[in-house]
Design a protein around this ligand. Structure first.
Ligand code: NAD
Length: 498
Protein backbone atom coordinates (compact mmCIF):
# COMPACT_ATOMS: atom_id res chain seq x y z
CA UNK A 1 0.00 0.00 0.00
CA UNK A 2 2.58 2.51 -1.14
CA UNK A 3 0.29 5.36 -2.09
CA UNK A 4 -2.81 5.16 0.09
CA UNK A 5 -4.78 8.33 -0.61
CA UNK A 6 -8.06 7.86 1.28
CA UNK A 7 -9.06 5.64 4.14
CA UNK A 8 -12.69 6.32 3.52
CA UNK A 9 -13.84 8.64 0.73
CA UNK A 10 -17.37 9.83 1.39
CA UNK A 11 -20.28 11.32 -0.51
CA UNK A 12 -21.26 14.96 -0.20
CA UNK A 13 -24.94 15.82 0.03
CA UNK A 14 -26.92 18.65 1.55
CA UNK A 15 -23.67 20.21 2.72
CA UNK A 16 -22.48 17.13 4.63
CA UNK A 17 -20.03 14.28 4.07
CA UNK A 18 -21.86 10.97 4.48
CA UNK A 19 -21.33 7.25 4.17
CA UNK A 20 -23.62 4.90 2.30
CA UNK A 21 -26.68 3.78 4.26
CA UNK A 22 -25.70 0.19 3.50
CA UNK A 23 -22.23 0.65 5.04
CA UNK A 24 -20.71 -0.89 1.89
CA UNK A 25 -17.29 0.22 0.67
CA UNK A 26 -15.21 -0.17 -2.49
CA UNK A 27 -11.48 -0.50 -3.05
CA UNK A 28 -9.95 1.89 -5.55
CA UNK A 29 -6.90 0.55 -7.37
CA UNK A 30 -3.80 1.95 -9.02
CA UNK A 31 -3.90 0.50 -12.56
CA UNK A 32 -0.11 0.61 -12.88
CA UNK A 33 0.55 -1.54 -9.81
CA UNK A 34 -2.71 -3.20 -8.81
CA UNK A 35 -2.34 -1.68 -5.32
CA UNK A 36 -5.28 -0.40 -3.30
CA UNK A 37 -4.91 3.38 -3.12
CA UNK A 38 -8.20 4.23 -1.43
CA UNK A 39 -11.33 2.87 0.14
CA UNK A 40 -14.49 4.77 -0.68
CA UNK A 41 -18.06 4.44 0.46
CA UNK A 42 -20.27 2.64 -2.05
CA UNK A 43 -23.54 4.49 -2.46
CA UNK A 44 -26.79 2.82 -3.45
CA UNK A 45 -30.23 3.87 -4.67
CA UNK A 46 -31.32 5.02 -1.21
CA UNK A 47 -28.32 7.37 -0.97
CA UNK A 48 -28.75 8.91 -4.38
CA UNK A 49 -32.43 9.50 -3.59
CA UNK A 50 -31.40 11.49 -0.52
CA UNK A 51 -29.01 13.55 -2.62
CA UNK A 52 -31.67 14.17 -5.25
CA UNK A 53 -34.14 15.34 -2.58
CA UNK A 54 -31.54 17.74 -1.17
CA UNK A 55 -30.86 19.10 -4.65
CA UNK A 56 -34.58 19.45 -5.38
CA UNK A 57 -35.10 21.43 -2.21
CA UNK A 58 -32.06 23.61 -2.91
CA UNK A 59 -33.34 24.42 -6.38
CA UNK A 60 -36.98 24.98 -5.41
CA UNK A 61 -36.52 26.75 -2.10
CA UNK A 62 -33.01 28.00 -1.38
CA UNK A 63 -32.99 31.01 -3.69
CA UNK A 64 -29.89 29.70 -5.53
CA UNK A 65 -31.52 30.00 -8.94
CA UNK A 66 -32.25 33.67 -8.31
CA UNK A 67 -28.68 34.46 -7.25
CA UNK A 68 -26.92 36.97 -9.46
CA UNK A 69 -24.79 35.69 -12.29
CA UNK A 70 -21.97 37.70 -10.74
CA UNK A 71 -22.25 35.71 -7.50
CA UNK A 72 -22.19 32.37 -9.27
CA UNK A 73 -19.26 33.55 -11.38
CA UNK A 74 -17.36 34.53 -8.23
CA UNK A 75 -17.83 31.04 -6.79
CA UNK A 76 -16.63 29.41 -10.01
CA UNK A 77 -13.61 31.71 -10.27
CA UNK A 78 -12.77 30.89 -6.64
CA UNK A 79 -13.06 27.18 -7.39
CA UNK A 80 -10.74 27.55 -10.40
CA UNK A 81 -8.20 29.30 -8.16
CA UNK A 82 -8.44 26.50 -5.58
CA UNK A 83 -7.87 23.85 -8.24
CA UNK A 84 -4.88 25.77 -9.52
CA UNK A 85 -3.47 26.06 -6.01
CA UNK A 86 -3.85 22.28 -5.58
CA UNK A 87 -2.86 21.37 -9.13
CA UNK A 88 0.09 19.14 -8.26
CA UNK A 89 -1.89 17.09 -5.77
CA UNK A 90 -4.85 16.71 -8.16
CA UNK A 91 -2.63 15.65 -11.07
CA UNK A 92 -0.87 13.12 -8.89
CA UNK A 93 -4.16 11.64 -7.66
CA UNK A 94 -5.42 11.46 -11.24
CA UNK A 95 -2.33 9.58 -12.39
CA UNK A 96 -2.44 7.17 -9.46
CA UNK A 97 -6.14 6.43 -10.02
CA UNK A 98 -6.47 6.53 -13.82
CA UNK A 99 -2.93 5.56 -14.81
CA UNK A 100 -2.38 8.31 -17.36
CA UNK A 101 1.12 9.83 -17.52
CA UNK A 102 1.57 12.76 -15.19
CA UNK A 103 2.02 15.23 -18.08
CA UNK A 104 -1.46 14.26 -19.35
CA UNK A 105 -2.96 14.61 -15.86
CA UNK A 106 -1.36 18.04 -15.49
CA UNK A 107 -2.85 19.11 -18.77
CA UNK A 108 -6.29 17.87 -17.60
CA UNK A 109 -6.02 19.97 -14.44
CA UNK A 110 -5.19 23.03 -16.57
CA UNK A 111 -8.18 22.32 -18.78
CA UNK A 112 -10.46 22.05 -15.74
CA UNK A 113 -9.26 25.43 -14.46
CA UNK A 114 -9.69 27.15 -17.80
CA UNK A 115 -13.17 25.63 -18.37
CA UNK A 116 -14.39 26.90 -14.98
CA UNK A 117 -13.04 30.37 -15.74
CA UNK A 118 -14.53 30.35 -19.23
CA UNK A 119 -18.08 29.71 -17.96
CA UNK A 120 -17.61 32.00 -14.95
CA UNK A 121 -16.77 34.74 -17.44
CA UNK A 122 -19.49 33.89 -19.91
CA UNK A 123 -22.41 33.90 -17.54
CA UNK A 124 -22.10 37.60 -16.77
CA UNK A 125 -22.09 38.52 -20.48
CA UNK A 126 -25.26 39.38 -22.39
CA UNK A 127 -27.55 36.56 -23.36
CA UNK A 128 -31.16 36.45 -24.39
CA UNK A 129 -32.83 38.19 -27.31
CA UNK A 130 -35.61 40.60 -28.16
CA UNK A 131 -37.76 40.47 -31.27
CA UNK A 132 -39.84 42.84 -33.35
CA UNK A 133 -43.16 41.05 -33.90
CA UNK A 134 -46.16 41.84 -36.11
CA UNK A 135 -48.03 43.73 -33.37
CA UNK A 136 -46.10 46.96 -32.66
CA UNK A 137 -47.53 47.12 -29.12
CA UNK A 138 -45.98 43.78 -28.22
CA UNK A 139 -42.43 43.39 -27.09
CA UNK A 140 -41.25 39.79 -27.47
CA UNK A 141 -38.18 38.61 -25.66
CA UNK A 142 -36.37 35.40 -24.93
CA UNK A 143 -34.76 34.76 -21.58
CA UNK A 144 -32.76 31.78 -20.50
CA UNK A 145 -33.47 30.13 -17.17
CA UNK A 146 -31.87 27.21 -15.34
CA UNK A 147 -33.38 23.79 -15.98
CA UNK A 148 -33.33 22.65 -12.36
CA UNK A 149 -31.88 19.52 -10.80
CA UNK A 150 -29.21 18.03 -13.06
CA UNK A 151 -27.98 14.45 -12.76
CA UNK A 152 -24.44 14.44 -14.11
CA UNK A 153 -22.60 11.20 -14.83
CA UNK A 154 -18.99 10.98 -16.03
CA UNK A 155 -16.62 8.17 -17.09
CA UNK A 156 -13.15 7.19 -15.91
CA UNK A 157 -10.96 8.44 -18.73
CA UNK A 158 -10.86 12.17 -17.85
CA UNK A 159 -12.25 12.18 -14.32
CA UNK A 160 -11.36 15.75 -13.30
CA UNK A 161 -11.57 17.44 -16.67
CA UNK A 162 -14.98 15.89 -17.43
CA UNK A 163 -16.17 17.01 -13.99
CA UNK A 164 -15.29 20.61 -14.86
CA UNK A 165 -16.91 20.33 -18.30
CA UNK A 166 -20.12 19.20 -16.60
CA UNK A 167 -20.17 21.30 -13.42
CA UNK A 168 -19.05 24.67 -14.83
CA UNK A 169 -21.91 25.37 -17.28
CA UNK A 170 -24.47 23.69 -15.00
CA UNK A 171 -23.72 25.86 -11.98
CA UNK A 172 -22.98 29.01 -13.99
CA UNK A 173 -26.52 28.83 -15.38
CA UNK A 174 -28.05 28.52 -11.89
CA UNK A 175 -28.82 24.81 -11.80
CA UNK A 176 -28.07 22.42 -8.96
CA UNK A 177 -26.27 19.11 -9.43
CA UNK A 178 -26.18 15.54 -8.24
CA UNK A 179 -22.87 14.45 -9.67
CA UNK A 180 -21.63 10.88 -10.13
CA UNK A 181 -18.03 10.06 -11.05
CA UNK A 182 -17.07 6.64 -12.34
CA UNK A 183 -16.84 4.07 -9.55
CA UNK A 184 -13.38 3.24 -10.95
CA UNK A 185 -11.94 6.77 -10.63
CA UNK A 186 -13.78 8.73 -7.92
CA UNK A 187 -10.75 10.28 -6.20
CA UNK A 188 -10.24 13.63 -7.95
CA UNK A 189 -14.00 14.25 -7.82
CA UNK A 190 -13.99 13.74 -4.04
CA UNK A 191 -11.12 16.24 -3.75
CA UNK A 192 -12.94 18.63 -6.08
CA UNK A 193 -16.05 18.59 -3.87
CA UNK A 194 -13.90 19.32 -0.82
CA UNK A 195 -12.67 22.39 -2.67
CA UNK A 196 -16.26 23.31 -3.56
CA UNK A 197 -17.18 23.11 0.10
CA UNK A 198 -14.28 25.42 0.97
CA UNK A 199 -15.37 27.87 -1.70
CA UNK A 200 -18.82 28.02 -0.11
CA UNK A 201 -21.38 26.64 -2.54
CA UNK A 202 -24.68 26.67 -0.61
CA UNK A 203 -26.09 23.53 0.99
CA UNK A 204 -27.72 21.17 -1.50
CA UNK A 205 -26.49 23.00 -4.62
CA UNK A 206 -23.59 20.61 -5.26
CA UNK A 207 -24.00 16.96 -4.32
CA UNK A 208 -21.61 14.09 -4.94
CA UNK A 209 -22.77 10.48 -5.07
CA UNK A 210 -20.52 7.46 -5.41
CA UNK A 211 -21.36 3.99 -6.62
CA UNK A 212 -22.17 1.88 -9.62
CA UNK A 213 -23.81 2.99 -12.81
CA UNK A 214 -26.54 0.39 -12.83
CA UNK A 215 -27.79 1.50 -9.39
CA UNK A 216 -26.76 5.08 -8.61
CA UNK A 217 -26.41 6.21 -12.23
CA UNK A 218 -29.66 4.57 -13.32
CA UNK A 219 -31.54 6.28 -10.48
CA UNK A 220 -30.24 9.66 -11.61
CA UNK A 221 -31.45 8.90 -15.12
CA UNK A 222 -34.91 7.71 -14.05
CA UNK A 223 -35.85 9.82 -10.99
CA UNK A 224 -38.82 12.10 -11.58
CA UNK A 225 -37.23 14.70 -9.31
CA UNK A 226 -34.35 15.16 -11.75
CA UNK A 227 -34.98 17.61 -14.62
CA UNK A 228 -31.97 16.87 -16.77
CA UNK A 229 -29.44 14.09 -17.13
CA UNK A 230 -26.05 14.82 -18.66
CA UNK A 231 -24.07 11.70 -19.41
CA UNK A 232 -20.62 10.96 -20.80
CA UNK A 233 -19.73 7.33 -21.37
CA UNK A 234 -20.24 4.41 -23.71
CA UNK A 235 -22.93 4.34 -26.41
CA UNK A 236 -24.74 1.30 -24.95
CA UNK A 237 -24.94 2.95 -21.52
CA UNK A 238 -26.10 6.15 -23.19
CA UNK A 239 -28.94 4.24 -24.81
CA UNK A 240 -30.15 3.00 -21.41
CA UNK A 241 -29.80 6.47 -19.86
CA UNK A 242 -31.93 7.89 -22.66
CA UNK A 243 -34.58 5.21 -22.14
CA UNK A 244 -34.62 5.72 -18.38
CA UNK A 245 -35.07 9.45 -18.91
CA UNK A 246 -38.38 9.08 -20.73
CA UNK A 247 -40.47 8.75 -17.53
CA UNK A 248 -40.56 12.48 -16.85
CA UNK A 249 -39.31 13.60 -20.30
CA UNK A 250 -35.97 14.72 -18.86
CA UNK A 251 -33.70 16.88 -20.90
CA UNK A 252 -30.90 14.60 -22.04
CA UNK A 253 -27.40 15.31 -23.23
CA UNK A 254 -25.12 12.45 -24.19
CA UNK A 255 -21.42 12.41 -25.04
CA UNK A 256 -20.78 8.87 -26.24
CA UNK A 257 -18.28 6.68 -27.99
CA UNK A 258 -16.46 6.97 -31.28
CA UNK A 259 -14.43 5.23 -33.96
CA UNK A 260 -12.96 8.33 -35.48
CA UNK A 261 -11.23 8.37 -38.86
CA UNK A 262 -7.87 10.07 -39.28
CA UNK A 263 -7.39 10.57 -43.04
CA UNK A 264 -3.89 11.06 -44.46
CA UNK A 265 -3.44 12.11 -48.10
CA UNK A 266 -0.29 11.41 -50.08
CA UNK A 267 0.82 15.07 -50.26
CA UNK A 268 1.95 15.26 -46.61
CA UNK A 269 5.36 15.12 -44.96
CA UNK A 270 5.28 11.54 -43.68
CA UNK A 271 7.77 12.21 -40.87
CA UNK A 272 5.62 14.95 -39.39
CA UNK A 273 2.22 13.33 -39.79
CA UNK A 274 3.21 9.92 -38.41
CA UNK A 275 3.57 11.50 -34.97
CA UNK A 276 0.07 13.01 -35.20
CA UNK A 277 -1.31 9.58 -36.09
CA UNK A 278 0.43 8.14 -33.01
CA UNK A 279 -0.81 10.98 -30.82
CA UNK A 280 -4.32 10.44 -32.20
CA UNK A 281 -4.46 6.85 -30.97
CA UNK A 282 -1.95 6.43 -28.14
CA UNK A 283 -2.81 9.48 -26.02
CA UNK A 284 -4.51 8.17 -22.89
CA UNK A 285 -3.60 4.63 -24.06
CA UNK A 286 -6.36 4.99 -26.66
CA UNK A 287 -8.97 5.49 -23.93
CA UNK A 288 -10.10 8.81 -25.36
CA UNK A 289 -13.55 9.27 -26.88
CA UNK A 290 -12.10 11.20 -29.82
CA UNK A 291 -9.21 8.77 -30.45
CA UNK A 292 -8.19 8.53 -34.09
CA UNK A 293 -8.61 4.78 -33.94
CA UNK A 294 -9.00 4.32 -37.70
CA UNK A 295 -6.09 5.57 -39.76
CA UNK A 296 -6.92 5.98 -43.45
CA UNK A 297 -3.79 6.25 -45.60
CA UNK A 298 -3.65 7.05 -49.29
CA UNK A 299 -2.16 4.42 -51.54
CA UNK A 300 0.91 6.30 -52.83
CA UNK A 301 2.51 6.79 -49.41
CA UNK A 302 1.01 3.74 -47.74
CA UNK A 303 4.16 1.59 -47.49
CA UNK A 304 6.47 4.41 -46.39
CA UNK A 305 3.94 5.67 -43.83
CA UNK A 306 3.30 2.25 -42.35
CA UNK A 307 7.01 1.50 -42.01
CA UNK A 308 7.70 4.79 -40.20
CA UNK A 309 4.62 4.29 -38.01
CA UNK A 310 5.63 0.75 -37.05
CA UNK A 311 9.20 1.75 -36.21
CA UNK A 312 8.22 4.73 -34.07
CA UNK A 313 5.35 2.95 -32.32
CA UNK A 314 7.73 0.21 -31.22
CA UNK A 315 9.80 2.91 -29.46
CA UNK A 316 6.93 4.29 -27.32
CA UNK A 317 7.91 4.15 -23.67
CA UNK A 318 5.14 2.35 -21.82
CA UNK A 319 5.20 2.50 -18.03
CA UNK A 320 3.92 3.82 -14.73
CA UNK A 321 2.44 7.28 -15.25
CA UNK A 322 4.37 8.62 -12.25
CA UNK A 323 7.65 8.04 -14.10
CA UNK A 324 8.43 11.27 -15.99
CA UNK A 325 9.81 9.30 -18.95
CA UNK A 326 6.56 7.41 -19.50
CA UNK A 327 4.83 8.15 -22.79
CA UNK A 328 1.91 5.72 -22.45
CA UNK A 329 0.37 4.37 -19.23
CA UNK A 330 -1.69 1.27 -18.38
CA UNK A 331 -5.34 0.59 -19.13
CA UNK A 332 -7.72 1.62 -16.41
CA UNK A 333 -8.78 -1.78 -15.01
CA UNK A 334 -7.96 -5.47 -15.42
CA UNK A 335 -11.42 -6.03 -16.81
CA UNK A 336 -11.01 -3.29 -19.41
CA UNK A 337 -7.58 -4.66 -20.36
CA UNK A 338 -9.16 -8.09 -20.92
CA UNK A 339 -11.72 -6.48 -23.21
CA UNK A 340 -8.99 -4.77 -25.25
CA UNK A 341 -6.94 -8.01 -25.46
CA UNK A 342 -10.07 -9.83 -26.57
CA UNK A 343 -10.49 -7.33 -29.43
CA UNK A 344 -6.88 -7.98 -30.44
CA UNK A 345 -7.71 -11.70 -30.66
CA UNK A 346 -10.80 -10.87 -32.72
CA UNK A 347 -8.63 -8.83 -35.10
CA UNK A 348 -6.29 -11.77 -35.61
CA UNK A 349 -9.18 -14.17 -36.15
CA UNK A 350 -10.75 -11.80 -38.65
CA UNK A 351 -7.57 -12.02 -40.71
CA UNK A 352 -6.08 -8.57 -40.15
CA UNK A 353 -2.27 -8.36 -40.03
CA UNK A 354 -0.78 -7.52 -36.65
CA UNK A 355 1.87 -4.98 -37.66
CA UNK A 356 3.21 -4.40 -34.16
CA UNK A 357 2.27 -4.93 -30.49
CA UNK A 358 -0.70 -7.08 -29.58
CA UNK A 359 0.47 -8.39 -26.21
CA UNK A 360 -0.13 -7.70 -22.55
CA UNK A 361 3.20 -6.64 -21.04
CA UNK A 362 3.83 -9.02 -18.17
CA UNK A 363 7.55 -8.80 -17.56
CA UNK A 364 8.63 -7.85 -14.01
CA UNK A 365 6.61 -5.11 -12.34
CA UNK A 366 4.51 -4.67 -15.49
CA UNK A 367 2.69 -7.89 -14.68
CA UNK A 368 1.01 -6.28 -11.67
CA UNK A 369 -0.49 -3.53 -13.80
CA UNK A 370 -2.76 -3.44 -16.85
CA UNK A 371 -0.24 -2.76 -19.59
CA UNK A 372 -0.86 -3.52 -23.26
CA UNK A 373 1.63 -2.85 -26.05
CA UNK A 374 0.79 -0.13 -28.56
CA UNK A 375 -0.83 -2.19 -31.28
CA UNK A 376 -1.44 -1.67 -35.00
CA UNK A 377 -3.49 -3.77 -37.41
CA UNK A 378 -3.18 -3.46 -41.19
CA UNK A 379 -4.87 -5.32 -44.08
CA UNK A 380 -8.29 -4.66 -42.62
CA UNK A 381 -11.65 -4.69 -44.38
CA UNK A 382 -14.48 -2.29 -43.54
CA UNK A 383 -16.72 -5.09 -42.22
CA UNK A 384 -14.30 -6.29 -39.55
CA UNK A 385 -15.41 -5.80 -35.96
CA UNK A 386 -12.07 -4.17 -35.11
CA UNK A 387 -12.87 -1.55 -37.75
CA UNK A 388 -16.49 -0.99 -36.73
CA UNK A 389 -16.45 -1.22 -32.92
CA UNK A 390 -14.93 1.05 -30.31
CA UNK A 391 -12.03 -0.81 -28.65
CA UNK A 392 -11.03 2.07 -26.34
CA UNK A 393 -7.44 0.93 -26.04
CA UNK A 394 -4.06 1.39 -27.75
CA UNK A 395 -5.17 -0.42 -30.89
CA UNK A 396 -4.98 1.33 -34.25
CA UNK A 397 -6.63 -0.13 -37.33
CA UNK A 398 -5.30 1.01 -40.69
CA UNK A 399 -7.43 1.33 -43.83
CA UNK A 400 -6.03 2.00 -47.30
CA UNK A 401 -7.70 4.25 -49.88
CA UNK A 402 -7.10 5.52 -53.40
CA UNK A 403 -9.40 8.50 -53.96
CA UNK A 404 -10.93 11.35 -51.99
CA UNK A 405 -14.41 9.84 -52.51
CA UNK A 406 -13.27 6.48 -51.17
CA UNK A 407 -11.70 8.13 -48.10
CA UNK A 408 -14.96 9.93 -47.31
CA UNK A 409 -17.03 6.79 -47.83
CA UNK A 410 -14.78 4.76 -45.50
CA UNK A 411 -14.65 7.59 -42.95
CA UNK A 412 -18.45 7.67 -42.68
CA UNK A 413 -18.91 3.91 -42.61
CA UNK A 414 -19.55 3.33 -38.88
CA UNK A 415 -22.45 4.07 -36.54
CA UNK A 416 -20.32 6.70 -34.80
CA UNK A 417 -19.75 10.36 -35.63
CA UNK A 418 -17.79 11.96 -32.85
CA UNK A 419 -14.55 13.24 -34.40
CA UNK A 420 -12.25 12.96 -37.38
CA UNK A 421 -9.25 14.56 -39.02
CA UNK A 422 -7.62 15.09 -42.38
CA UNK A 423 -3.96 15.71 -43.12
CA UNK A 424 -3.17 17.29 -46.49
CA UNK A 425 -1.42 20.35 -47.88
CA UNK A 426 -4.28 20.96 -50.35
CA UNK A 427 -6.60 23.49 -48.66
CA UNK A 428 -9.53 22.84 -50.99
CA UNK A 429 -9.35 19.10 -50.42
CA UNK A 430 -9.08 19.61 -46.65
CA UNK A 431 -12.23 21.70 -46.58
CA UNK A 432 -14.17 19.37 -48.90
CA UNK A 433 -13.36 16.41 -46.67
CA UNK A 434 -14.12 18.37 -43.49
CA UNK A 435 -17.60 19.15 -44.82
CA UNK A 436 -18.32 15.60 -45.98
CA UNK A 437 -17.35 13.66 -42.88
CA UNK A 438 -20.36 13.24 -40.59
CA UNK A 439 -18.91 14.11 -37.21
CA UNK A 440 -19.34 16.82 -34.59
CA UNK A 441 -15.61 17.56 -34.31
CA UNK A 442 -13.17 17.70 -37.22
CA UNK A 443 -9.51 18.67 -37.32
CA UNK A 444 -7.52 19.77 -40.33
CA UNK A 445 -3.80 19.05 -39.88
CA UNK A 446 -4.26 18.52 -36.14
CA UNK A 447 -5.58 15.94 -33.72
CA UNK A 448 -7.31 15.92 -30.32
CA UNK A 449 -7.14 19.64 -29.66
CA UNK A 450 -10.12 20.83 -27.60
CA UNK A 451 -10.89 24.42 -26.63
CA UNK A 452 -13.30 25.88 -24.10
CA UNK A 453 -14.74 28.06 -26.86
CA UNK A 454 -15.45 25.28 -29.36
CA UNK A 455 -18.39 22.86 -29.10
CA UNK A 456 -17.66 19.21 -28.34
CA UNK A 457 -20.03 16.36 -29.15
CA UNK A 458 -21.13 13.86 -31.71
CA UNK A 459 -23.29 13.09 -34.72
CA UNK A 460 -25.06 9.75 -35.14
CA UNK A 461 -24.63 7.32 -32.23
CA UNK A 462 -21.89 9.44 -30.67
CA UNK A 463 -24.37 11.54 -28.80
CA UNK A 464 -26.89 14.32 -28.41
CA UNK A 465 -26.06 17.92 -27.53
CA UNK A 466 -22.74 19.68 -27.13
CA UNK A 467 -20.39 20.55 -24.32
CA UNK A 468 -18.14 23.63 -24.22
CA UNK A 469 -18.60 26.98 -25.92
CA UNK A 470 -21.88 28.88 -25.85
CA UNK A 471 -23.53 25.61 -26.91
CA UNK A 472 -22.46 24.01 -23.64
CA UNK A 473 -24.21 26.69 -21.61
CA UNK A 474 -27.35 26.42 -23.74
CA UNK A 475 -27.61 22.75 -22.74
CA UNK A 476 -28.16 23.86 -19.14
CA UNK A 477 -30.86 26.45 -19.79
CA UNK A 478 -34.51 26.43 -20.66
CA UNK A 479 -35.58 28.97 -23.27
CA UNK A 480 -38.54 31.12 -22.25
CA UNK A 481 -40.34 33.57 -24.49
CA UNK A 482 -41.98 36.50 -22.71
CA UNK A 483 -44.50 38.61 -24.60
CA UNK A 484 -45.12 42.02 -23.11
CA UNK A 485 -48.21 43.99 -24.21
CA UNK A 486 -47.18 47.61 -23.77
CA UNK A 487 -50.69 48.97 -24.43
CA UNK A 488 -53.50 47.01 -22.78
CA UNK A 489 -56.81 47.63 -24.67
CA UNK A 490 -60.14 45.73 -24.65
CA UNK A 491 -59.64 42.57 -26.70
CA UNK A 492 -63.06 42.53 -28.46
CA UNK A 493 -62.97 38.78 -29.17
CA UNK A 494 -66.32 37.92 -27.49
CA UNK A 495 -69.40 39.94 -28.41
CA UNK A 496 -71.54 39.43 -25.26
CA UNK A 497 -71.18 41.98 -22.46
CA UNK A 498 -72.83 41.96 -18.98
P1 NAD B 1 -19.60 3.69 -19.12
O1 NAD B 1 -20.70 3.99 -20.07
O2 NAD B 1 -19.41 2.28 -18.69
O3 NAD B 1 -19.73 4.52 -17.78
C1 NAD B 1 -19.82 5.94 -17.77
C2 NAD B 1 -20.49 6.36 -16.49
O4 NAD B 1 -21.84 5.91 -16.53
C3 NAD B 1 -19.89 5.80 -15.20
O5 NAD B 1 -19.99 6.77 -14.17
C4 NAD B 1 -20.82 4.62 -14.91
O6 NAD B 1 -20.86 4.31 -13.53
C5 NAD B 1 -22.15 5.17 -15.37
N1 NAD B 1 -23.14 4.15 -15.74
C6 NAD B 1 -22.94 2.85 -16.11
N2 NAD B 1 -24.12 2.24 -16.34
C7 NAD B 1 -25.09 3.16 -16.14
C8 NAD B 1 -26.51 3.14 -16.24
N3 NAD B 1 -27.17 2.05 -16.61
N4 NAD B 1 -27.19 4.29 -15.98
C9 NAD B 1 -26.55 5.42 -15.64
N5 NAD B 1 -25.20 5.49 -15.51
C10 NAD B 1 -24.48 4.38 -15.77
O7 NAD B 1 -18.31 4.28 -19.81
P2 NAD B 1 -16.83 4.17 -19.33
O8 NAD B 1 -16.38 2.77 -19.62
O9 NAD B 1 -16.68 4.71 -17.95
O10 NAD B 1 -16.12 5.21 -20.34
C11 NAD B 1 -15.76 4.86 -21.61
C12 NAD B 1 -16.75 5.36 -22.64
O11 NAD B 1 -16.98 6.75 -22.49
C13 NAD B 1 -16.25 5.19 -24.03
O12 NAD B 1 -17.25 4.62 -24.86
C14 NAD B 1 -15.94 6.59 -24.49
O13 NAD B 1 -15.97 6.78 -25.87
C15 NAD B 1 -16.94 7.40 -23.77
N6 NAD B 1 -16.51 8.79 -23.61
C16 NAD B 1 -17.10 9.75 -24.41
C17 NAD B 1 -16.69 11.08 -24.32
C18 NAD B 1 -17.30 12.15 -25.21
O14 NAD B 1 -17.08 13.33 -24.97
N7 NAD B 1 -18.05 11.80 -26.22
C19 NAD B 1 -15.71 11.43 -23.40
C20 NAD B 1 -15.15 10.44 -22.61
C21 NAD B 1 -15.58 9.11 -22.72
Amino acid sequence: MGDMIRNLGKMYMNGEWVEAASGKTREVLNPATGEVIAIVTEGGVEDVQRAIEAARQAFDESGWRETSARHRADLLFALADKIQANADELARIETLNNGKPLREAESDVDSAVSCLRYYAGMVTKPHGQTYEVSNPNMQAMVVREPIGVCGQIVPWNFPLMMSAWKLAPCLAAGNVTVFKPSETTPLTAIRLFELMEEVGFPKGVVNLVLGEGKTVGAELASSHLVDKVAFTGGTETGRSVMQAATGNIKKVSLELGGKSPNIVFADVDVNVVVEYAMFGIFLGSGQVCSSGSRLLIQDDIYDAFIEELRARTALIKVGNGMDPDTEMGPLVTRQHMQKVLHYIEIGKQEGATLLTGGRQIVEGEFGKGNFVEPTIFTDTTPQMRIVQEEIFGPVLVVQRFKTEEEAIRLANDTVYGLAGAVFTSDAGKAMRVAKQVRSGIFWINAYHSAYDQAPWGGYKQSGIGRELGTFGLDEYTEVKQINFNTSLQPLGWFKGKQ
